[in-house]
Write a protein that binds this ligand. Structure first.
Ligand SMILES: [Zn+2]
Length: 271
């Protein structure tokens, strides 16, 4: 019997993803509310969009929070996780050691078949700092403010107020404006979160993501998934996440398979 005085939990709390996440966090003596405060809608959205990385194998260290808020916090985490560097076609990329080992093995298989797995946009394809994610945020946020002011959807007082907000509040306000069709992606047609990650939230900060030039090659995607690298962020086509698992295991880990743009994504099954 439900006790009527108990607060109702959001339906997603009973989803396969949350069940698996609670178990994975329990092994590290951590709880979902520490990772991601329940009343923080931005953090929850981030968890639902990028959360697959929290369910990877035991050889990787997922971030202790959904949203990092400073460079110091990111540096401390990246140091604890450890990172390996490799030169791929002249670009030095960095990843967590287990992720790097698997990527280099996958690349060797690809090259033996006359293909390649190479970083898209150089070093930024793998590890990013907090400052990198802020710079990427500004590359979408600032032009969109100008665009919507020119179109008269925002006035100057509004855009100035938005520029002055602390970054976490900018994200919150942008997601509110997007509900009214004032979008902040590069072409102003969709949510900014389909274009870039919110500051402090990227799987690249976790050093568990790699953007590959060859994402349109189905065989390359197969080689990557054979080595534990999967597409886990819906509609981010070149972006692969290291989970270190077999594809057959993913459904039991609380991820669901979704086809988009002819590609197969494994995303958090939040109901
Ligand atoms: Zn990426």
């Amino acid at each position: 019997m439900l006790n009527s005085s108990e607060p109702l939990t959001a339906p997603f709390e009973s989803s396969p993803f949350y069940a698996e996440l609670a178990e994975a966090l329990g092994r590290r003596q951590c709880e979902i509310d520490q990772l991601c405060p329940p009343d923080d809608h931005v953090a929850r959205r981030v968890l639902h969009d990028y959360g697959a990385m929290f369910l990877g194998n035991k050889n990787i260290l997922p971030p202790p929070v959904c949203v990092f808020t400073s460079e110091a916090e990111v540096s401390e985490f990246q140091k604890a996780a450890g990172h390996a560097a490799a030169n791929i076609g002249g670009d030095v990329i960095e990843l967590q050691p287990a992720a790097m080992t698997a990527l280099l093995k996958a690349r060797a298989v690809a090259r033996a078949e006359g293909r390649d797995i190479s970083p898209r946009d150089g070093a930024e394809a793998a590890r990013r700092s907090y400052a990198d994610t802020v710079r990427l945020w500004n590359s979408r946020f600032l032009p969109a403010l100008d665009h919507w002011q020119e179109l008269g959807r925002l006035n100057q007082a509004q855009t100035e107020a938005l520029r002055r907000l602390p970054i976490a509040e900018q994200v919150r306000e942008v997601l509110e404006l997007e509900k009214d069709g004032i979008f902040f992606s590069k072409d102003f047609s969709k949510s900014v979160l389909y274009s870039i990650a919110a500051p402090g939230t990227s799987q690249h900060i976790a050093m568990l993501a790699f953007d590959a030039n060859e994402f349109l090659d189905e065989r390359v995607r197969q080689i990557l998934s054979d080595h534990g690298w999967f597409q886990t962020v819906l509609s981010d086509l070149p972006h692969f996440t290291y989970l270190g698992l077999q594809e057959e295991e993913l459904a039991a880990r609380g991820l669901k398979c979704v086809e988009a743009n002819g590609q197969r994504f494994w995303i958090p099954d939040v109901g």
